[in-house]
Ligand binder design. Structure first.
Ligand SMILES: Cc1cc2nc3c(=O)[nH]c(=O)nc-3n(C[C@H](O)[C@H](O)[C@H](O)COP(=O)(O)O)c2cc1C
Length: 159
């Protein structure tokens, strides 16, 4: 079993989550290719995970391009998407940005699952005026772990 875990990340927090998900999948016996969505190509993969940051109301451009470029392959393989953005881990706040994720998925094959996780603002990585945004790390690692475990169950690992 081989999975592709692609990330569309500007400041690194989505990439960190993608690597965490890949580690978790590896722990379930699924080999993972982790790659920047700008270059990632779905080949002989049995499973695909795309992680994408949300910026200015949109999915990261490389996430949208990844979906377009791999359209045909994604029609034949189970795939799941996580978007990251809200500066909160509250369900209500996560739901508010769901339309941003859904717009990003428009025209793409239907993912098995599409979730939103809280994002990160690290002022040291941002330039003015974005470094004026309130700093915080709103990633809910338990929810991310549960997502990875659900995704792992999409493919059957030989005993
Ligand atoms: C300039 C800027 C714009 C953002 N716009 C949104 C947005 O429209 N919706 C959202 O949910 N999060 C937004 N965020 C929060 C980011 O999605 C969040 O910081 C995420 O963790 C970034 O991922 P990255 O570190 O992998 O780039 C924005 C962050 C920045 C810096």
């Amino acid at each position: 079993m081989r999975a592709l875990v692609a990330y569309a990340s500007k400041y690194g927090s989505v990439e960190e989550v993608a690597r965490f998900v890949a580690e978790r999948l590896e722990g379930r016996g699924i080999d993972c290719d982790v790659a920047d969505a700008a270059e990632a190509v779905v080949k002989e993969h049995d499973l695909v995970v795309l992680g994408a940051g949300l910026y200015m109301g949109k999915m990261h451009k490389q996430g949208r391009r990844f979906l377009k470029r791999n359209w045909a392959a994604l029609s034949h393989v189970p795939y799941a998407v996580f978007a990251m953005g809200p500066l909160s881990a509250e369900e209500e706040e996560l739901e508010k940005v769901r339309p941003q994720l859904e717009r990003g998925l428009r025209g793409a094959p239907e993912p098995v699952e599409a979730v939103v996780f809280g994002g990160v603002i690290d002022q040291e990585r941002l330039h003015f005026p974005f470094n004026q945004m309130p700093a915080g790390d709103h990633r809910d690692w338990e929810a991310i772990e549960a997502f990875a475990d659900r995704v792992a169950r999409l493919v059957r690992v030989p005993a």
